[in-house]
Every structure is written in structure tokens, then in C-alpha cells.
Design a protein around this ligand. Sequence first.
Ligand SMILES: Cc1cc2nc3c(=O)[nH]c(=O)nc-3n(C[C@H](O)[C@H](O)[C@H](O)COP(=O)(O)O)c2cc1C
Length: 188
Amino acid sequence: MSKTILILNGSPREKGNTAILSKQLTAGAIEAGAEVESVYLHGLDIRPCDACEFCQKDGNGCVINDDMQPVYPKMRASDVIVIASPVYWFSLTAQTKLCIDRWYAMETSGGFELAGKTLALLMVYGDTDLYTSGGITVIYTIESICRYVGMEVAGIVHGTAMNIGDVENNPVFLEQAYQLGKKLASPA
Ligand SMILES: Cc1cc2nc3c(=O)[nH]c(=O)nc-3n(C[C@H](O)[C@H](O)[C@H](O)COP(=O)(O)O)c2cc1C
């Protein structure tokens, strides 16, 4: 059975470094037989979780009627979810975080709907390393989320690129994204 991979792209730049790396990951995954879909979060109207707690009654789902609604079934149908986000202010972008906050509605009495799936992180930052950029904080956040919801972290690829397209000058980073795609497409 081929794997289904969903990329949640949280960069506001539609053709930025995250998009370029996501294309690389997609190429690797398709080469290895997976089906890949990418969601450009910045193009969607995803509102913040308003903590109404309606979703916490079993089976209710999220009451907010916005563009997150079609994302939920895509997530449920995926084997692998890729968080593709630049580092903004030593954290995930707001677009990425808005989406993740809304995962709150995926918790049911039977457990988290995402439990048993795998997750990968594709992350780019302008600074020179993982620590000064704040990328380390993102990794900690993602690992904490996965521990909580019961997802396995299947891979983390990160590196430096500042301006749009800079990542094209970093063949190692591009290759790492491609190889991550191949890995994610492989049977467990
Ligand atoms: C509002 C804003 C905040 C940023 N904050 C950080 C930061 O905290 N650390 C860092 O290393 N780079 C930071 N950057 C740089 C981006 O991570 C970098 O430009 C990246 O390549 C953007 O990826 P994209 O082209 O996919 O949008 C920031 C950029 C912007 C616009």
C-alpha cells in the first residue's frame, strides 16, 4: 500500500524556501511511490481556537466554520503529516501554529485521531545554526506535540536560508529534503 503524505506549509511565501524544500520532499516521496498533497496554510482562512470546548464533547468536532474544516479529513486520511515551517521569532510561524491549535478538536474519548501516524518536520531559518535561530525551540515543540498525541517523529530536516530562493544554493539541504521524502514513503 502506498503511503499518503500531507504537507502543511506554514510559510507566507508561496514560492519561498519552504515551498522549494517541500517540492524536493514531494519529488523524493513520489519517486518512492507515495501520494503527496500540500496545503498552503497562508492561503486559507484558519481562525484561532477560541477554547469554547465544544469539541471536547465526544464526536462534536470543531464548531468553527472556516477553511480548517477541509483540512481535518485530509489529516485523518494521511499516514504522514509534514510540518513545513520557517522559524519566525524563534518559533513556528503563526500560520502553522493556528493550524496546530485546531488539532485540539481531534481528541476523542478513544484517544487522539492522529495517534499512530507519523510526523516529519521541514524547517528553514535565516540564522546560521539551530540554536541561535530558535529552530531548537521548534524541534522541542514538535517533539512535545508528538509525544502528547501519540505520533512518531519520522524525520527532521533543517537548515539555513534567508531570502526567497536562497535554499537553491544549498544542495545538501535540498538533498536532505528529497531523502526525507523517500524515507517517509517507505513502509514502516
Ligand atoms: C517575521 C519574521 C521573523 C523571523 N524570525 C526568525 C528567527 O527567529 N530566526 C531565524 O533564524 N530566522 C527568522 N526569520 C527568517 C526566516 O526564517 C527565513 O527568511 C526563511 O528563509 C523564510 O522561509 P520561507 O522562504 O519559506 O518563507 C524571520 C523572518 C521573518 C519574516
